[in-house]
Design a protein around this ligand. Structure first.
Ligand code: ADP
Ligand code: MG
Length: 688
């Protein structure tokens, strides 16, 4: 911490504000402050240091500042697995240092960079640092790299750890600090053999854990009921509820705030103070996210309803009660079916312990688990499986190849992915022509890796100039990358649907999304226009930002961005052909019965997402997502012509690749194509 007696900020020469001193007081009480000298000493002596400490002990906010005080030459990078903490922590640290966010302290996340040449401490998602490593393999810009939340074991963190371990001997001046909560420390010690370990003992208070007597059939209901009971019958202290997704969280918030249940239970001897109910999930606008950290009026109980971003990355002070539903949304990849989905999955015992720990930060607390003791013992895995074992590796493999890591089999992974998943990724990249048959990067792959999007999207971007629709494809990509722009209003169902109809395109959702974007542009991004038309203004604004970035990259790569939109329907066809060039591995065939489609090669049966623009049943659709809920749905779909499939990647659609009903269709298709080609050849000869 900066010298407390000084009244002038050494970073910008301005006098410190009164807020600075107030925050400083709190910072000095954090458990990590006691370890400051030790941390600085070890960082001076060792190239790699491991730092383990309870959530809330001050790792993320303080350690970069401790290191900055050591006056390193270059900048300090501090990685975060998630976007929200990267933003919110950098803002907090800018406040702590009394500087403007984006100057000395900044952040970089996908599609959003708030940093400058002045920036000394930069919080960034681990994916962004990997991206920087693609163009600057030695990461020369940084003198210190802090890998934070390493225990989360996201695939990006895992790859970064491996990459940085290789980098250490090449950059003797570099300092690396690997920080994590108390999970997984043994694994990291084994991996970084010579690194000293600093243990920060947090001041944790005891947490009493309560289980349900019988399994709960509906954990959202159970959570609402439990929180209500706590509010009525327990003493003061804030409540943190863990649920799985935005919808559940919004439902619970509405119900709790309206106090429906509270009214029913009110009796003379219960507490009836007001509550402030606040949601917390990653797609929430930053202004609203910030509210969870703010103090509420005396006598009001704060109830935060969050996803697992509140499990370790964000600390909310004042929580005394935790309600844990026992589930979280996790990425699950099925390499056989090539489906990656976000599924509501039971958490691990380690996660459950982390969650309950959130209740004991300021004083003894209570944790209510909405599952039975038996379920905890028998159903929950001891540890969460690292993401690398359960996600699609397409873009990761492409990035690794771009960084020059050609031998993936011998890469020093903290934990290697399954060979099958790796094979699937290599196979996809080979079909997309990003890798050649020997697994080496092609010039096309080299271009694709520059785009911060999945390989399928990158492929359609780089092929779009062939169809003279580069700008349009960039707009479609942007709309596919942001949160759903259509606001579904249940109360005004007809009106919101009617509004959506204006953007309708007969070929389906991709062009519908493009229409929506074009209408937004035509209305100068007007916020009132968005509201009137049931569009999420934030999503639209973000899409505009993404378009700017994608078009910028395309121009830098020298891609032709001219558009030929003279003939309307023909232009739509060109756009669809460009889409197929990227997404030909995500195609489904209509089955004769029950509105069903079947995905090619994996043979998953699914129906179209109800909110699709497509209101007929073409033989083939290209889709962006296969969603597994109670039903299987294809989401973001567009009708396509079978000719385009064969043109996009003949070897992928060879007859021998198919079985059953799809094989028959492709046999016919190939026969037809041969027949069509034959007479045209004769004609060509005749002209000769
Ligand atoms: P750790 O990384 O060890 O989990 P942090 O450095 O994130 O701990 O948090 C340390 C303390 O900083 C928290 O206990 C909290 O009091 C405070 N803090 C962190 N982020 C914010 C924020 N956005 N607003 C207010 N206080 C915050
Ligand atoms: Mg942290």
């Amino acid at each position: 911490m900066t010298d407390t007696s000084s009244t002038v900020n050494p970073y910008n020469g301005k006098p410190f504000s009164s807020k600075y001193f107030k925050i400083l007081e709190g910072r000095q009480k954090l458990p990590i402050t006691e370890a400051k000298d030790q941390i600085q000493r070890l960082v001076r002596r060792y190239q790699t240091v491991l730092l383990v400490g309870e959530t809330g002990s001050g790792k993320t906010t303080q350690v970069p500042q401790f290191v900055l005080e050591m006056n390193p030459e270059g900048a300090i990078a501090c990685t975060q697995p998630r976007r929200v903490p990267a933003m919110s922590v950098s803002e907090r640290v800018a406040e702590e240092m009394d500087v403007t966010l984006g100057d000395e302290v900044g952040y970089t996340i996908r599609f959003d960079d708030v940093s400058s040449d002045k920036t000394r401490i930069k919080y960034l998602t681990d994916g962004m640092l990997l991206r920087e490593a693609m163009t600057d393999p030695l990461l020369k810009k940084y003198s210190v790299i802090i890998l934070d939340e390493a225990h989360e074991r996201t695939v990006h963190t895992d790859i970064l750890i491996g990459t940085i371990k290789e980098l250490i001997p090449k950059r003797p001046d570099l300092r690396v600090i690997v920080m994590s909560a108390t999970l997984e420390e043994k694994k990291f010690q084994k991996y970084f053999v010579d690194a000293p370990l600093i243990h920060i003992s947090g001041r944790m208070f005891g947490v009493e854990v309560y289980y349900c007597r019988a399994p709960e059939s509906n954990y959202v209901e159970a959570a609402i009921r439990t929180a209500t009971q706590i509010h009525l019958y327990e003493g003061p202290g804030d409540i943190l509820i863990f649920l799985c997704g935005e919808d559940e969280i919004e439902t619970a918030c509405e119900r709790l705030q309206n106090g429906i249940v509270i009214a029913e239970h009110s009796s003379a001897n219960c507490h009836k103070g007001p509550v402030a109910v606040l949601p917390l999930y990653s797609s929430l606008p930053p202004q609203q996210q910030k509210k969870v950290f703010r103090a509420v009026p005396e006598g009001t109980r704060k109830i935060v309803v969050a996803t697992n971003i509140a499990e370790t990355s964000l600390t909310i002070d004042g929580v005394v009660f935790v309600v844990d539903c026992g589930f979280s949304k996790q990425k699950v990849f099925n390499p056989k079916l090539r489906i990656e989905s976000l599924l509501v999955t039971p958490i691990s015992q380690a996660s459950a312990r982390q969650r309950s720990g959130r209740a004991g930060r300021t004083r003894p607390g209570k944790c209510f688990r909405l599952y039975t003791r038996k379920a905890y013992d028998t159903l929950l895995q001891p540890q969460t499986h690292p993401e690398i074992l359960r996600c699609n590796l397409g873009s990761i493999v492409l990035h690794m190849k771009k960084m020059g890591i050609d031998d993936l089999v011998h890469f020093d992974f903290v934990e290697p992915p399954s060979p099958e998943t790796l094979m699937r990724a290599l196979e996809l990249l080979n079909y997309l022509k990003a890798l050649d048959d020997d697994g080496f990067m092609t010039p096309a792959g080299d271009q694709m890796a520059v785009f911060p999007v999945e390989p399928e999207m990158a492929a359609m971007l780089i092929h779009s100039p062939e169809y003279k629709c580069g700008t349009e494809i960039a707009k479609i990509c942007a709309m596919m990358s942001v949160q759903n722009p259509f606001i579904q209003n249940n109360k005004e169902f007809t009106r919101s649907n009617y509004a959506k109809e204006q953007f309708y395109h007969q070929t389906g959702d991709h062009l519908g999304l493009l229409n929506t974007y074009l209408a937004y542009e035509a209305n100068d991004g007007n916020i009132d226009w968005c509201h009137e038309n049931y569009l999420n203004h934030r999503s639209m604004k973000q899409a505009q930002n993404v378009v700017r970035q994608l078009v910028g990259i395309m121009r830098r790569l020298g891609l032709d961005m001219s558009s030929d939109s003279s003939a309307d329907m023909q232009f739509a066809n060109h756009i669809r052909r460009a889409i197929v060039r990227g997404f030909f591995t995500k195609v489904a065939l209509a089955l004769p019965t029950k509105n069903q489609f079947i995905t090619l090669k994996d043979d998953v049966k699914a129906i179209l997402w109800p909110a699709t623009f497509l209101n007929r049943r073409p033989q083939f659709v290209v889709f962006n997502e296969l969603v597994l809920t109670s039903n299987q749905y294809l989401r973001t779909v567009t009708a396509i012509s079978d000719d385009w499939l064969l043109e996009s990647c003949p070897e992928y659609f060879a007859v021998d690749e198919f079985e059953g009903v799809t094989r028959q269709v492709f046999e016919q298709l190939h026969r037809r194509q041969k027949a069509e080609q034959a007479p045209s050849k004769k004609r060509a000869r005749a002209v000769d």
